[in-house]
Write a protein of this length. Sequence first.
Length: 387
Amino acid sequence: MNTQPIYLDHQATTPLDERVLQAMLPFLTREYGNPSSPHALGRSAAKAIRSARRQVTDLICAKNELEIVFTSGATEANHLAIVGAALAARPTGGHVVTTAIEHKAVLAACRRLVDHHGYTLTQVGVDAYGRVHPADIAAVLTRHTVLVPVMHANNEIGTLQRLAAIAEITAPRGIRLHTDAAQSAGSGLLDVTELGVDLASLSSHKLHGPKGIGALYIRGGTRVTAQQTGGGQERGLRAGTPNVPAIVGFGAAAHLITTDAVPPPARIRVLRDRLQGLLLASIPGATVNGHPHRRLPGNLSLTLPGIEATDLLDRLPNIAASTGSACSTGSGEPSHVLTSIGLTRYQARATLRLSIGRTTTDTDIDQAADLIIRTAHTLMPATVHAA
């Protein structure tokens, strides 16, 4: 009997693909060499890293595998991109522009520039769909602006930003454009050349790879100051003995996507739309957050009037879902993303994030919808039922 809950939290993390695990196993057992060593085991590890770097390069449509720097995850990649690029552009201070709905890892890196390096920071608001308007970014740029971090897809409401339009504004001014692409890379939506970004942060565990490994794409010619120094690994930008098994796993996960060895995003979107339709039809007053079309195929952010989302999840032990970003769980504060798109504190606390992935089945959708609907009805105020 399967006792696992129905997993609808793919934006927090994804299950490791069995094929990825098989690719990793030799490097967890017999292929244990240090890739910096000159002997056969070391050369084997170094070759595996080169192969994985090419696979990640192909995933994001980068031009050169040397544009990929492996990190411990997207958080470290964000820090290296934001602090490293800003310091390289203007060591004595400058101006950074970002949006109000960035991931906390991005906002924390921006704050570090302010608190420790004398930079100034402007946060641009978004519309009710969670989109930042390129003209609003253009309006706050100054001659001191050196960097603009704008996430590709929001981790709570799934909205996709118009990065190519923003790049048309930043590139002529010599301003570097960074994007946190942790959520979008696994959906086949990330083409760094087409989007015109200079830096992009990636995370393996968001695309059915292992945790503890990510990467930073650095467009050729973009200067970045290393934040972790030591032995000179990763072209001197990320010192430390490489995590070979995790890097191999990241590459394998990327390869599955580029070779169409996994279900396409269109299938995930169909399942998402089915779940959305079932819930909206049966829960009075329920509303969807984020852009209706320009959002991640598996994302469903739903506000349920009069219901505390945490109470709902407590009563749904057979469903694994969340109220928002996994990184903010337990903070007690309403989501800064949801309040930025105009939700009240009460509405934000009544919001559920359901995220669908390649392992989700039709049966999962039907069963989850039934459980959520029946439980939500037990928690709804009588006034909502009457409406």
